[in-house]
Design a protein around this ligand. Structure first.
Ligand SMILES: [Zn+2]
Length: 294
């Protein structure tokens, strides 16, 4: 990077082309003079500084971007051109002309992936997701299953089968028990109308219980079988299934999901190739820019 001086400014004014291109994370870090940690004043706890954005690490930090007053460090220990490029050991501001603030860059580390609004449409086309689906993903409304935990699902299926057969056995033994009790109550057996009536009732209750058990079993099995890789669901359905069958699958939403889908369609070796091409493009433009300046 070079200092902006009058000749350079005139050269920039004379240049006919301006190219905007994407920078790689490495190149951003390379050109950054520091991480901007403080943004809005609301991030401050306790007493807010006079101008939070001017604080060290703030959006207008002198440590990152250079002094606001020509040849003065922030604490004013060093004053004067003779200290050019000297970093103050107290306030850590490097002495220079304040013009340097126009060209120095900082960076912000994002805790989560972020989709640049300019590329939303293009990413949608690449991964074959329409505009509405894209909005739902970016608003964290749509979740996509990215991994099925087969072993856990099989364990749940086993458990469902075992529980169902235990309950069916219990319904059958309850019915037998009722039968014995009825014979004791009505020794005359089927000759008693009440005996026949009560036995029929117990029998139909047993059938109903077994039907209910098999219905519950089928619903649970259907829910587990319906879990397919790449299927999409909303947050409420997702929570419902995970509450019933914890850890049965993994899902993603938001930019993290888009990153996952992009990685799926672009193999790792191609990413390396594309990054190389982007680096070449970036260097080409940088070269063009430098050339115009001289
Ligand atoms: Zn200082």
């Amino acid at each position: 990077m070079q200092n902006i001086n009058q000749t350079n400014i005139e050269n920039i004014q004379k240049s006919k082309d301006l190219v905007l291109s994407i920078s790689s994370p490495e190149s951003i870090l390379e050109n950054s003079s520091g991480e901007v940690m403080l943004g809005l004043p609301s991030l401050f706890h306790g007493e807010a500084p006079e101008d939070p954005l001017m604080e060290d690490g703030g959006l207008f930090s002198q440590v990152i971007f250079g002094p606001i007053k020509d040849w003065f460090c922030k604490c004013q220990k060093y004053q004067g051109k003779e200290y050019l490029d000297k970093e103050c050991e107290i306030c850590h501001v490097k002495i220079s002309s304040s013009d340097i603030r126009a060209e120095k860059m900082g960076h912000i580390n994002l805790p989560l992936p972020f989709v640049h609004p300019l590329y939303i449409d293009q990413i949608g086309i690449l991964i074959n997701v329409n505009k509405q689906e894209m909005e739902e993903i970016l608003n964290f409304k749509s979740y996509q299953i990215t991994k099925i935990n087969i072993e856990i699902i099989n364990d749940f299926l086993d458990k469902i089968n075992k529980e169902a057969s235990i309950r069916v056995q219990k319904a059958s033994s309850d019915y037998l028990k009722t039968g014995h009790e009825l014979i004791e109550e009505f020794p005359e057996g089927i000759e008693s109308g009440e005996y026949t009536l009560k036995l029929k009732k117990a029998s139909s209750e047993k059938v109903q219980t077994i039907l209910n058990i098999s219905q519950i079993k089928k619903t649970a099995q259907d829910e587990l079988y319906s879990l397919k890789l790449d299927s999409v669901m909303n947050k409420a359905d997702l929570d419902k299934i995970l509450q019933k069958f914890p850890n049965s699958f993994e899902s993603k939403t938001g930019p993290e999901l888009l990153e996952h889908l992009l990685k799926e369609i672009i193999p790792e070796n191609e990413v390396v190739e594309i990054e190389k091409l982007l680096d070449l493009e970036e260097n080409k433009y940088n070269y063009g820019f430098e050339k115009n300046l001289h």
